[in-house]
Design a protein around this ligand. Structure first.
Ligand SMILES: C[S@@+](CC[C@H](N)C(=O)[O-])C[C@H]1O[C@@H](n2cnc3c(N)ncnc32)[C@H](O)[C@@H]1O
Length: 387
């Protein structure tokens, strides 16, 4: 705090090094990096997200645009290449100042993220937004309407995580990626239904990765969270209307999907180019509830580090994606129930329609052809080429 209080010109390189030591990597996990309601993300979780995006997008290039809308002390920025154009927003003055000092190459703005007005601009929007904070903001301060907030007279109110997802979607450019750490309820709660509808209307659903309760143990909370990765659709992507017919038990419904049209009762849709969703459950984040390392093999790698393999070397492939539907029905937008593979194959046999509609037949289903994992990129490239 003494460093932050100094006039900018009096801050020495040693001061900045002290902040770096305390607010990056292992330091970012310490309680001294925790300030009122700000649950800072463990550095290896942030690294996983950035590296997964590197794999998914086919590699980073200089000048790509990144937004971290609630940057805290900048743990995500630590992992973004320095040659990127980084915009970081932060409401808390102290956190914003720390981040400015540690990452001078980033454009850190000490402001309410919801007042940020750039639209369709960023190649990547990443972060871990505030959860459960009540928003109360004058309509005139917002650059546009927020469908996830409720307007009463001249003010908008609602929950922070919902508004931040909306901001991320609006700020991302068509074809850009959004990767956020979010509370589990986003996937199924009635209160989050609007934001799931918004995501379904505007994005491809790429991946959902469940994190264990111990993830935020270092800041004294056992909140359950997921990493959700979405990709903003380009306007040339067409909707594919589908109808599910359910087989299997209630708990793990297996869905056979048939093409239909918008007027069929109970029909839903996704966009062409939608691929099977990558879904993973992390059971061990690398330390236990008391912060003690759980590194059994002594190689320093956590389950998340190992999971990265799935995203690199050509990105996602059929073998590591489960045949679950994207944004599955109204109240399970992101809640991906994965049936055990073998059981799924036995029950569904060779009859799976949804992949035929969007991707071609899966190789491990009928053994003759494979999913078309380039379709999404082709749609995005066609859109970029036409501009
Ligand atoms: C859950 S913390 C995460 C911080 C950082 N992204 C990380 O993962 O370590 C949320 C951050 O959002 C900031 N915040 C809360 N409301 C905000 C707002 N309206 N605009 C910008 N930042 C906000 C808090 O100060 C806090 O630093």
């Amino acid at each position: 705090m003494a460093i932050i209080a100094k006039p900018h010109e009096d801050i020495t390189e040693d001061d900045v090094q002290f902040l770096r030591d305390n607010y990056t990597s292992a330091g970012g996990l310490l309680p001294n990096a925790y300030s009122g309601g700000a649950f800072f993300t463990p550095t290896h979780v942030a690294r996983f997200i950035v590296e997964a995006l590197r794999g998914l997008s086919g590699g980073f290039s200089a000048g790509q645009t990144w937004l971290e809308p609630s940057c805290g002390s900048g743990v995500f920025i630590e992992h973004i290449p320095d040659d990127a154009e980084i915009t970081a927003l932060e409401l808390d003055e102290t956190s914003a100042k720390v981040t400015t000092l540690i990452y001078p190459h980033a454009n850190v703005i000490n402001a309410d993220a919801l007042t940020h007005s750039r639209r369709d601009y960023y190649d990547f929007v990443i972060g871990n937004p505030p959860y459960g904070v009540s928003i109360d903001i004058a309509a005139e301060e917002l650059p546009d309407e927020y469908v996830t907030l409720t307007k009463k007279r001249d003010r908008y109110g609602g929950k922070s995580e919902l508004a931040f997802i909306e901001l991320a979607i609006k700020a991302a450019k068509p074809g850009g990626y959004i990767a956020l750490v979010l509370p589990k309820g986003i996937g199924f709660s009635g209160a989050s239904a609007k934001v799931r509808d918004l995501a379904k209307e505007t994005c491809w659903h790429v991946a959902s990765i469940e994190l264990p309760e111990t993830t935020f143990a270092h800041v004294g909370t056992t909140i359950k969270t997921d990493i959700h990765i979405l990709r903003k659709i380009t306007p040339n992507a067409r909707k594919v209307y589908v109808e599910y017919s359910r087989i299997g038990s209630e708990k793990y419904p297996l869905d056979i999907v048939k093409q239909t049209d918008a007027t069929t009762e109970g029909s839903t849709f996704w966009y062409e180019g939608q691929q099977p969703i990558f879904h993973a459950v992390i059971t061990d984040i690398g330390y236990d509830k008391d912060g003690k390392s759980t590194d059994k093999w002594g190689d320093g790698l956590t389950q998340l580090d190992e999971l990265l393999e799935a995203f690199t070397d050509g990105g996602l492939v059929r073998e590591n994606c489960d045949p679950v539907a994207p944004f599955k029905d109204e109240y399970h937008g992101f809640s991906v129930k994965v049936p055990p593979h073998e059981e799924w194959r036995v029950k569904a046999g060779h009859v799976t329609y949804w992949n035929v509609l969007t991707l071609g037949r899966g190789e491990d289903i009928n053994g003759t052809s494979s999913f078309d994992f380039d379709w999404q990129d082709r749609i995005v490239n066609e859109y970029k080429g036409a501009r």
